[in-house]
Design a protein around this ligand. Structure first.
Ligand code: NAD
Length: 354
């Protein structure tokens, strides 16, 4: 048996591949375009592991996906591949439409053709799991209930609109063609191997570099933080036992305003690696102009996943953020390589030109 993972050189996909192969011997074929966000150094420990087969390619390249499906005959496809950064989507939405909408469509079509030709028993067992975001539901006020799977889709950014479109395509491929799909909508992830453009790794990086810690607007935007290891466990569980055609919200039950997240990171760094000049890291906090259309609050109601599949997050925000900061302190070279682009040289050296 084999699974095909797309976007497995990114933050969550990379963590998922590592976690998958730490827990089972089922091989992973990893299709990733290696955009700026893809980093094979995350998977360095799998370099000589025959259970991991990396292929550089685009989910929108039908011939490439067809060939991979025919060659490896996976029992499941887990789709992480996406353009994922809201700020980038504001400045350049085209790539988001191309990968998240057109790419997902091409991937679905390739998978549909493959799945339809499978023998009946393999066909019944096959799954296509699509990883999506809570941002498709729009924004909440302070008094609203957290997002449930029944909430209306009300995306507000080019990123969330493109992910909403992809979710609709996945849904339609189930209702129209019977493809056994599963969709997960998760909250903000954090943890090891996170590209330092996102809030938590950016703040850790800037704090250690003595640079300003930028906070959008008043810093009171609330996000529900999910430790990436918990997310990987949820995906594994949904793949194993989720009902085809269903969507499952995945959250950490950790609602925090951004300012509190940054202050917590500063306090932990004060403890683990105090500044040489005796100042507090929080003195580096700098408020910057808010992002246009910035959603105020996201929160996930993950009770369906707990009720139906018995999944619950293991980490609290305090335990998860401590693990994350400890990882970044121990892996400064990973961050420096990502920033400098050295990791691309490293990839060429380790894997040849992929
Ligand atoms: P990421 O940006 O770190 O990684 C995305 C990966 O996809 C990269 O390795 C990139 O090279 C690859 N990729 C991009 N376009 C591709 C294409 N056309 N073909 C093949 N590969 C391509 O993203 P992430 O944070 O790991 O997110 C993974 C998934 O989870 C995304 O679908 C995202 O929308 C969703 N998600 C992420 C979060 C979060 O907090 N990070 C929250 C909710 C949902």
């Amino acid at each position: 048996m084999t699974i095909l993972v797309t976007g497995g050189a990114g933050f969550i996909g990379g963590n998922f591949v590592l976690d998958w192969l730490a827990q089972s011997d089922e091989p992973v074929v990893n299709l990733d375009k290696l955009t700026y966000a893809g980093n094979l150094q995350t998977l360095a420990s799998l370099c000589d592991d025959p259970r991991h087969r990396f292929v550089q390619g685009d989910i929108g390249d039908r011939a490439c996906v067809d060939a991979l499906l025919a060659a490896h005959r996976p029992r499941a496809v887990v789709n992480f591949a996406a353009e994922s950064h809201v700020d980038r989507s504001i400045h350049g939405p085209g790539e988001f439409i191309q990968t998240n909408v057109v790419g997902t469509f091409q991937l679905l079509e390739a998978v549909r053709g493959y799945w339809q030709a499978l023998p009946d028993t393999e066909k019944a067992a096959f799954r296509f799991l699509h990883v999506s975001t809570d941002e498709v539901y729009g924004t909440l006020t302070e008094n609203d209930s957290p997002f449930a799977e029944t909430n209306r889709y009300e995306p507000n950014s080019p990123y969330s609109a493109s992910k909403a479109a992809s979710d609709h395509l996945v849904r339609a491929w189930h209702h129209t063609y019977g493809l056994p799909v599963l969709t997960t909508n998760c909250s903000n992830n954090y943890g090891p191997y996170h590209f330092p453009e996102k809030l938590i790794p950016l703040v850790i990086r800037n704090a250690l570099a003595g640079q300003p810690l930028p906070i959008y607007g008043d810093g009171r935007q609330v996000r529900d933080w999910l430790y990436v290891g918990d997310h990987c466990g949820a995906i594994r569980r949904v793949l194993e036992a989720g009902r085809p055609g269903e969507t499952y919200n995945v959250g950490g039950w950790n609602e925090k305003p951004n300012l509190e997240v940054v202050e917590t990171i500063c306090a932990i760094l004060d403890e683990l690696q105090p500044r040489a000049d005796g100042q507090r890291y929080a003195s580096q906090i700098a408020f910057v102009t808010d992002r246009p259309g910035h959603d105020r609050r996201y929160a996930i109601d993950a009770r369906k996943l707990e009720r139906e599949l018995g999944w619950k997050p293991q980490e609290t925000f305090d335990s998860g953020i401590r693990k994350t900061i400890a990882w970044y302190l121990a892996n400064q070279e990973w961050v420096r390589n990502v920033e400098s682009g050295h990791y691309r040289d490293w990839v060429a050296k380790q894997y040849g030109t992929p």
